[in-house]
Design a binder for this molecule. Structure first.
Ligand SMILES: Cc1ncc(COP(=O)(O)O)c(C=O)c1O
Length: 413
């Protein structure tokens, strides 16, 4: 970490994001939709331009200068990602298109090989559709049962119920680390320990799509078997995500997509595959995006994940009482173990109407089911408004949100 960056304060970070200098509807932009996708710092935009302008060539196969240079940059990005989550080496990092593809990879490769009729899979009621639909699709084919860890009224997981749900038939637990719809940070380390104490061979997958951006993640400390996240929420580009897997598991798993770059040999009468992670990266990967994701990791690491987490917690402490004081507002996921996500409904206006008025005030929030339709049914709503923070969020953004809500109440209430 450079001395210069250590001295930089949260107030300085925002200037790194050129898009935030724009005005929307004549107002300073208050971008409060980072949980959907984070804005990009200039260094990430530069990294993509550099990779395409200065040494662009396809990776792994070319013996000429640019191909070697790009291959080195791509593999260096893999090493950065391994260090970022404290993986046991870069061979445990599989590049995917996004978190969704990472979960589908585990479903189509590991689960297809290891689950059978009569087995049980445990998810939670707060899963994103990305950690829901792949299991449902496979359930119909294989015939396993899916059970759900209930969510308490305060938006935390019912760990006692989880304990009592474990049975010899339970083979897989796949749970979100931080809920995108509530902001709740689940204690995935304890959850993993409970599962492995019950049955050491139990496989645990964690969807870290929201967690990896809000604080340091240590996959070895958590002790799960798979962990995934998505590049565009980490201030990186779209089109690239990561599956981390324990190497002994990855090594046993069959490829689920076939094509170039993942094979050892191809003959008319048979094919052999490279070891993991190459075995899971069929075809030309999003190498420009992966390289730029590596730069995003450098950027965050340079600021310090602990500093990012502290900044977001300070904002949460500033915003939560102000939000709760808004007339007729119900905060969903009102608990003390949260990341910078506030999800709420209002007894005087539908989330879609309110968020359109907020847009007129230059405030960008998300309204809808947040790809968590099952959770919405538990909350008894069809949608919430979600305001989510990034490292560039400041108290002006929060104030603009509160002022926008007051205006919406005047118009709709
Ligand atoms: C918790 C969670 N899991 C998975 C995803 C899916 O990410 P992607 O669409 O990039 O695959 C998201 C995206 O919103 C998410 O918030």
């Amino acid at each position: 970490m450079s001395t210069a960056s250590q001295k930089r304060q949260p107030a300085d970070w925002r200037a790194d994001f050129p898009i935030l200098k724009q005005e929307i509807n004549g107002r300073k932009l208050a971008y409060l939709d980072s949980a959907a996708s984070a804005q990009k710092p200039q260094v990430v935009l530069d990294a993509m331009t550099h990779a395409m302008n200065d040494h662009y060539a396809n990776i792994h196969r070319g013996l000429y200068h640019f191909s070697q240079q790009t291959t080195t940059a791509f593999e260096r990005a893999r090493a950065k990602l391994a260090a970022f989550i404290n993986a046991d080496g870069e061979r445990e990092i599989v590049f995917t298109r996004n978190a969704t593809e990472a979960i589908n990879l585990v479903a189509q490769s590991w689960a297809r090989q290891n689950l059978e009729k009569g087995d049980e899979v445990i998810l939670s009621e707060m899963e994103h559709h990305a950690n829901f639909v792949p299991w449902h699709m496979l359930q119909n084919e294989i015939g396993f049962t899916i059970k759900y860890i209930p969510v308490h009224d305060d938006g935390t997981l019912d760990m006692d119920r989880f304990r009592s749900m474990l049975r010899p038939e339970t083979k897989l637990i796949s749970v979100v680390h931080v809920s995108n719809a509530l902001g709740t940070k689940n204690d995935v380390k304890t959850l993993t320990h409970i599962a492995k104490d019950f049955y050491p061979e139990m496989t645990v997958m964690i969807d870290g799509s929201q967690a990896a951006v809000h604080g340091a993640v240590d996959v070895q400390d958590i002790g799960a078997d798979f962990y995934c996240f998505t590049g565009h929420k980490l201030y990186g580009p779209t089109g690239v995500g990561v599956l981390w897997g324990r190497y002994d598991l990855l090594d046993q798993m069959p490829p689920y997509q076939g094509g170039g770059d993942m094979i050892e040999t191809v003959a008319f009468d048979g094919v052999s595959f490279k070891p993991a992670p190459a075995r899971f990266e069929a075809g030309t990967p999003a190498f420009v995006e992966a390289i730029a994701l590596g730069t995003a990791i450098d950027y965050m690491t340079d600021i310090g994940m602990e500093n990012i987490a502290a900044h977001e917690q300070a904002l949460l402490a500033y915003a939560t009482p102000k939000i709760k004081a808004v007339d007729g507002l119900i905060l969903h996921g009102d608990n003390n173990n949260k990341c910078g996500i506030l999800s709420f409904t209002l007894d005087w206006g539908h989330p879609s109407d309110v968020s359109m008025i907020l847009d007129q005030c230059g405030v960008a929030v998300r309204s809808g089911h947040h790809c968590c339709m099952p959770l919405m049914s538990i909350l008894g709503v069809d949608a919430t408004i979600r305001a989510s923070f990034g490292l560039y969020t400041n108290t002006d953004d929060i104030d603009a949100l509160i002022a926008g809500l007051k205006k919406a109440k005047d118009l709709l209430g």
